[in-house]
Design a protein around this ligand. Structure first.
Ligand code: URA
Length: 490
């Protein structure tokens, strides 16, 4: 019996090298076994990795992808099974197409289970912030995967949280990202699990705000979020109260649903169809084939939007927020770093300037609808930070799909464009703030538009006197909002 030793429990590369060497030496599956280093010993001759000629080995294209996932399964026979399949494939070229074959079927079952576990890890890992010695933040998560999916899934978190230093601890393996390199380590004891902290509060707020009572299907939700994960999920404590309040909330949503669509709906539909054609991806806008009838439906569709590349590095779609019948819509440019993490518009530094101006003018933010021209955070990673990038006109144009839906469903009397990007998104053409600011402009759909500066512009002004003057002008614009639509008064 020959023994091939693998470096860790999901060591696909090690398996591949050993399997090719064994095949080149003509070793039958019965003559070889795989063992993971540190997981017991097997007596036998160590496999030589250099003997034999591997040049004649052939496998169908689908096999490496299948084997890469199968070796992440918890089944102790996973490496041996992959070798048996590889052996058989040399003579049975179409083996993977024979779904009734016991070994093929088992491999596909294992692949499916691993995919599912990896998906769960992506969905249920929750980072907590730990501030280290020099005031640096480190984000730590504890997760209990069922299969060996840490290596498989870590690149997803690397792409998502490039600018943060983070660690995911699991009882099977740990992984660290320092902004440059992914490093894997041994299993973590439960005592390393970090304590409760502020990230948790942020996450709870986010979860409560995205909870959609009309879509509540308790069984489906429990299948997606099996109870075994609940004890590590801060939001699980919200599930029961949210379920209990769901019926009343659904009723409220039905009562406030928009009335029958009119001419504006038709015009808006034309524009949207053009946007879809421009994106040339039927499935891009969240894979829907039905135009949403409610904001919650639109929010749900937008959460799956793939119409432009901005979705990928972003944490989530940041859809608009506010009452479905708000008389005023405020449109910003795009979510920033904090908005991206929390899933809510205007909650970061620019949001503070915005809130202060509304407060000064006596406008109640709870009475207005707040959204952005572009619904994903566009950024470039720089070290630990994610630096905001202005969206280009193509991205603004594609994302008008969602803004138009929001306008059509909310039917505001007044739209306030915060900055030039927002103004271009509302008007469908570029204008300068200098030429258009603080004037009420009639829109084709019967509503009106007020263009003002973006609150982040005020924050960026280096001269305190200029900043003060701009702040006052911005407050005056907010006062004009209240004068034009008095219903929004606090
Ligand atoms: N800037 C924006 O334009 N929108 C936000 O939501 C936050 C910052």
């Amino acid at each position: 019996m020959f023994v091939a030793t693998l470096a860790h429990a999901a060591d696909f590369d090690g398996w591949r090298v050993a399997a090719r060497a064994a095949l080149a030496q003509g070793l039958t599956p019965e003559a070889l076994t795989f063992v993971v280093e540190g997981e017991g010993t097997l007596f036998g001759e160590n496999l030589s990795l250099s003997a034999g000629d591997a040049s004649t080995i052939r496998v169908p294209k689908a096999f490496p992808d299948l084997a890469r996932l199968v070796v992440c399964h918890r089944d102790p026979q996973r490496f041996n099974l992959c070798y048996r399949l590889l052996w058989r494939l040399q003579h049975e070229r179409r083996l993977l197409e024979i779904a009734s074959d016991v070994e093929v079927r088992r491999a596909y079952e294992m692949e499916k289970a691993v995919r599912r576990d990896s998906h769960k890890m992506k969905a249920f890992v929750r980072f907590r912030e730990v501030v280290e010695g020099e005031g640096q933040s480190h984000f730590i998560a504890w997760f209990e995967p069922f299969h060996h999916v840490v290596e498989l899934t870590a690149p997803f978190f690397m792409r998502r949280f490039t600018g943060m230093r983070w660690t995911i601890l699991t009882p099977l393996r740990s992984v660290h990202w320092d902004g440059v390199e992914l490093r894997y380590g041994p299993p973590a004891p439960e005592s390393d699990k970090p304590a409760d902290d502020a990230m948790e509060t942020l996450w709870l707020t986010y979860y409560a705000s995205i909870f959609n009572p009309a879509r509540l299907k308790v069984k489906a939700m429990q299948a997606e979020m099996p109870q075994k994960y609940w004890h590590n999920l801060p939001e699980a404590q919200l599930i029961r109260p949210l379920i209990e309040g769901a019926e009343a909330a659904s009723r409220r949503m039905i009562e406030t649903a928009p009335t029958a669509p009119g001419l504006r709906h038709e015009r808006s539909r034309e524009r949207m169809d053009m946007a879809v054609a421009a994106a040339r991806q039927d499935e891009a806008f969240g894979g829907f084939n039905k135009r949403p009838d409610t904001l919650d439906e639109a929010r749900d569709q937008a959460s799956r939007c793939r119409a432009c590349p901005l979705w990928e590095p972003a944490t989530q779609t940041v859809f608009g927020q506010g009452p479905a019948n708000a008389p005023v819509i405020f449109v910003g440019e795009q979510p920033g770093d904090q908005e991206d993490l929390a899933g809510q518009p205007f909650i970061g530094p620019a949001g503070k300037v915005f809130d202060t101006a509304l407060g000064q003018a006596g406008v109640d933010r709870r009475q207005v609808y707040v959204t952005n021209a572009v619904k994903h955070f566009k950024f470039v990673p720089r070290g630990k930070r994610r630096i905001h990038q202005k969206p280009n006109m193509g991205e603004v144009k594609v994302c008008r799909w969602w803004l138009d839906i929001e306008r059509e469903l909310v039917k505001p009397k007044l739209i306030v464009a915060l900055g030039a990007t927002a103004a271009a998104a509302v008007l469908g053409k570029s204008v300068t703030i200098r030429d258009t600011r603080s004037r009420l402009i009639d829109l084709d759909d019967g509503g009106r538009l007020l263009i003002t500066v973006h609150p982040a512009y005020i924050l960026r002004l280096p001269d305190p006197a200029a900043q003060k003057a701009e702040e006052q002008a911005f407050h005056a614009d907010m006062a004009l909002v209240k004068e034009t639509v008095p219903e929004v008064a606090a």
